[in-house]
Design a protein around this ligand. Structure first.
Ligand code: FES
Length: 152
């Protein structure tokens, strides 16, 4: 004769074992899937910026430029134009020659191959394939001029 209570006990135990095993397998595969997705689709790193104090607003008259270097030693030019302060890399995007601000022509000029850039660093003529690198400029309440540069 089969003991009904004992048979139900075994069935109940078996049921709970299967449930726990299912939960364990689900957690294991779920964890594996999360790590697998993180490996395949890594989170994009956010660019970090630093403010560099370049000068005071009163020390940079209209149409004049001030050269400075960022944290990697790249040279930039801060120019006070009619369109506001512009911080632009002096490194030409063609072959890396040094470009200059020409206030009389309101443009950046690269003498190596006559590359011409407008006041915003956009290519006007010549062989440069893309605009000069630009940087954000901030002026605080004390007229200190900061440029935001990428932190390495
Ligand atoms: S390097 Fe500047 S135009 Fe060629």
């Amino acid at each position: 004769m089969v003991d009904k209570n004992n048979s139900e006990d075994v069935n109940r135990r078996g049921f709970f074992k299967r449930i726990l095993m299912g939960v364990g397998v689900t957690l294991s595969y779920g964890t594996g899937a999360v790590y697998g997705l993180q490996f395949l689709l890594p989170a994009k790193k956010k660019d970090r910026f630093r403010k560099i104090l370049v000068t005071s607003l009163k020390d940079i008259p209209k149409d004049k430029g001030k050269t400075f270097k960022d944290l990697q030693g790249r040279e930039m030019l801060l120019v006070n134009t009619n369109e506001g302060l512009k911080a632009i890399s002096t490194t030409c995007t063609h072959l890396g020659c040094k470009s200059y601000w020409e206030p009389e022509n309101t443009r950046f000029f690269c003498p190596c191959h006559d590359g011409v850039f407008d006041v915003n660093g956009n290519v006007v003529s010549g062989p440069p394939p893309r605009p000069l690198d630009k940087y954000e400029v901030e002026v605080d309440e004390n007229d200190n001029v900061f440029v935001l540069v990428k932190d390495s």
